[in-house]
Design a protein around this ligand. Structure first.
Ligand SMILES: Nc1ncnc2c1ncn2[C@@H]1O[C@H](COP(=O)(O)OP(=O)(O)OP(=O)(O)O)[C@@H](O)[C@H]1O
Ligand SMILES: [Mg+2]
Length: 264
């Protein structure tokens, strides 16, 4: 790997392993995202997708190997200062962790710091304006003072997206952003994602190839905690690859820029 290649990368993982309870959840994981690439991550339940994106967003540190995110090496920088505001993470799992009594507007504002709960942090009038503009953009202004815990799944996901966009992050990671949404909610999130992808580097974790917006260019397939395949989406997301990844005979086809997979 040449230094100039690494310098142009947005994300660079080299030989990463993560050990917990005597097991390697991730092992010898090497993967690179270059500027302008938009990646989707696919893999069976328990493959290590959420663990990987928690590392990328500076929420978890590897047991070995190196992780460079936006030119910063994890372990050498204060992630709160240098990573959390630049790499946003939205996921349905995270939605379960916001404090019970926290309102929608409070939750969106915490995105400025990447915190889950509002505490002693301060916000400027520009922050307040930005939070209000995001509520409007995601059509949740009417929910501003509602408790996050009282929202429907779709309303929670819109709030989580607004929160993630609070800092205009350079990388936006979405871990199963459409889980438990109805068809309208799913399409709303996917079309928002297509627009958001123009302003940031998006990384999408999903279980459904139908949910990959046309703007995405590359796919990472994960199995048993390591890279199964990685590359340009048209060449990597094939019937053969997906069948082997999920150990089920599948046929993949593409229509109108979207992918579809059915059992053969
Ligand atoms: N703290 C932990 N201690 C022990 N095992 C863990 C820990 N965190 C995660 N794991 C295990 O690591 C594996 C990968 O988990 P992870 O949540 O990353 O998978 P995933 O690919 O996101 O799965 P899913 O598609 O179900 O969301 C799982 O077997 C999980 O049980
Ligand atoms: Mg997961």
């Amino acid at each position: 790997m040449s230094t100039s290649d690494a310098a142009g990368a947005t994300v660079d993982l080299c030989g990463v392993s993560l050990r917990r309870a005597g097991t390697d959840i991730l092992r010898d994981f090497t993967w690179r995202i270059r500027a302008g690439e938009r990646w989707v991550i696919l893999g069976p339940n328990g493959a290590g997708k959420t663990t990987l994106v928690r590392i990328l967003s500076g929420r978890l540190f590897p047991s070995s190997g190196t992780v460079d995110v936006l030119g910063r090496r994890l372990g050498r920088v204060d992630v709160r200062e240098e990573i959390w505001g630049r790499v946003a993470l939205a996921s349905s799992a995270l939605n379960e962790r916001f404090p019970y009594g926290q309102t929608v507007i409070e939750t969106v504002r915490t995105g400025k710091y990447g915190y889950l709960a509002t505490w002693r942090e301060s916000y400027t009038s520009e922050d307040e304006e930005r939070a209000c503009a995001l509520l409007e953009q995601f059509d949740i202004t009417h929910l501003a003072d509602r408790r996050f815990a009282s929202l429907s799944s779709g309303e929670r996901q819109r709030t989580a997206l607004a929160r993630a966009m609070m800092t205009e992050p350079e990388i936006l990671i979405l871990d199963e952003p459409t889980s438990s949404l109805d068809l309208g909610g799913r399409e709303y999130v996917l079309s928002s994602l297509d627009t958001i992808a123009q302003k940031t580097t998006p990384i999408l974790v999903t279980h459904h190839v139908e949910e990959i917006p046309p703007a995405f260019t590359h796919v990472l397939l994960i199995k048993d905690g390591t890279v199964f395949a990685a590359g340009e989406i048209g060449q990597t997301l094939t019937s053969e690859m997906l069948s082997e990844l999920f150990a089920v005979p599948l046929r993949v086809h593409r229509e109108g820029g979207r992918f579809f997979a059915v059992a053969r």
